[in-house]
Write a protein that binds this ligand. Structure first.
Ligand SMILES: [Zn+2]
Ligand SMILES: [Zn+2]
Length: 271
């Protein structure tokens, strides 16, 4: 059976890591917690670390790279990132062999085994951030986090995915009323900051209307959001557009401290 697995192992401002592929062949997107925590979590949920063929990095913020060096050394796999991201993170990864350093370019896809990987540009305040879309046997998934604003340039790469991990970082009112400095609030809300629950709701509505079956809300702020609040906000935006969560699209929240589930996209059998 054609099947694509998608498993957020950790998601949030304290560390991000996602498993994408099949049981035999997969990639890890970001490793923002320790390599040990990632391997323990994979083992706990029955994902084989031996299946991991590569680590893909979205950008050089600490919550995405903490475990990249150690995991790449431990698994003996290459690390893929844009040139700008390499510049921002290389010194912090420790020693890697030359052949473990691979450079990607937004808009230029490549294969890791049978997985077609498409990096796409994202607006975020680092050197050269990107998201990733994946195709395996006609199934599609995407990782879309750390994104400052909704733009067709990245949305066009995410559209058509069966499963999407979508940033829903903060609640607008909580952020504004909270204790962050004016500068930090401005950074988060800025066009190179993060997506709010309201932004995520608009994107979720569009994705659901164009065939996405499962949206996992992630990269949630610990201080400016609550999982239930994010879910309710996005559900109400979907309902406004006559999209029924649970029927038209499955909606859930990615956990910060562990695996949120091993989700599978499957080819619909033809009648
Ligand atoms: Zn982040
Ligand atoms: Zn970031």
């Amino acid at each position: 059976m054609m099947e694509m697995l998608f498993s957020p192992l950790f998601s949030g401002s304290s560390g991000n890591c996602i498993y994408v592929g099949t049981r035999q062949e997969a990639v890890i997107v970001d490793a923002g917690v320790s390599a040990r925590a990632i391997r323990e979590e994979m083992e706990r949920v029955g994902l084989d670390a031996g299946a991991v063929k590569a680590i893909l990095v979205t950008h050089e913020h600490t919550d995405h790279i903490t475990g990249v060096g150690a995991l790449a050394r431990g698994l003996g796999v290459p690390v893929y990132a844009t040139e700008g991201t390499w510049r921002g993170m290389e010194k912090r990864l420790g020693k890697l062999a030359e052949e473990q350093k691979r450079t990607v370019q937004a808009g230029v896809d490549f294969y890791i085994g049978g997985i077609d990987v498409m990096p796409f540009e994202t607006p975020h305040d680092t050197n050269e951030p990107c998201g990733y879309a994946f195709c395996v046997d006609g199934l599609k998934a995407a990782v879309a986090t750390d994104i400052g604003c909704v733009k067709e340039s990245w949305l066009s790469h995410v559209r058509g995915s069966d499963i999407v991990l979508l940033e829903s970082d903060y609640d607008e009112d909580m952020l504004l009323a909270g204790s962050y400095t004016y500068e930090l609030k401005r950074r988060i809300r800025g066009r190179r900051g993060h997506l709010s629950n309201e932004d995520a709701g608009r994107v979720a509505a569009e994705l659901a209307a164009t065939g996405t079956k499962r949206i996992i809300l992630g990269h949630m702020s610990q201080n400016n959001n609550f999982p239930d609040l994010a879910l309710r906000t996005i559900e109400s935006i979907l309902l406004d557009r006559e999209i029924l969560p649970g029927r038209d699209v499955m909606l859930s929240v990615a956990r910060r401290d562990g695996c949120s589930g091993v989700f599978a996209a499957r080819m619909q059998a033809e009648d």
